[in-house]
Design a protein around this ligand. Structure first.
Ligand code: SF4
Ligand code: SF4
Length: 142
């Protein structure tokens, strides 16, 4: 499924990837076949983890594979990036002249430190393409 977002996060999102879901299914099967919940009682206290939460997480992957992406209404309800890009009528932030100094990405930087840099690279590529296109047009006008 192709998803898209204003910040670029959804564009290569692998949620629902069939190979990943297949691995999750196999893990779920192993967890029950090997009775892995028994293992936990050998490591009580800080070394353990919530088996119930692990099962819940695996179930979550299976049941949340149909996210349509941020442009179709998912993602942060009050996302400042989405609001700003929509107000400016932009398809994605790489088209924005204020991308470089923009601080609306700050809340994403810990989890996705290279997100803005990727948009900047795309912006620069786009500029270079446009520059060459103009040069070619000038060349054919002579
Ligand atoms: S809701 Fe905001 S942070 Fe989430 S994908 Fe969309 S633009 Fe990016
Ligand atoms: S200022 Fe530009 S780069 Fe920053 S969120 Fe708004 S549209 Fe995106």
């Amino acid at each position: 499924m192709l998803r898209s977002s204003f910040c670029g996060l959804c564009d290569d999102c692998q949620l629902g990837n069939p190979a990943f879901l297949d691995t999750v299914s196999r893990l779920q099967e192993y967890l029950s076949r090997f009775r892995t919940n028994w293992w936990l009682h050998c490591f009580p206290g800080e070394e353990g983890f919530s088996f119930q939460e692990l099962r819940k997480a695996l179930e979550w992957f299976q049941t949340h594979s149909e996210c349509p992406g941020c442009k179709e209404g998912r993602g942060h309800e009050d996302c400042p990036i989405r609001r700003c890009a929509m107000d400016r009528g932009l398809d994605q932030c790489y088209q924005c002249p204020d991308l470089k100094p923009c601080n609306k990405f700050d809340f994403l930087l810990t989890e996705f430190p290279d997100l803005k840099a990727r948009l900047r690279r795309r912006q620069l590529k786009d500029k270079a393409r446009e520059f060459h296109r103009r040069l070619e047009t000038k060349g054919t006008e002579k």
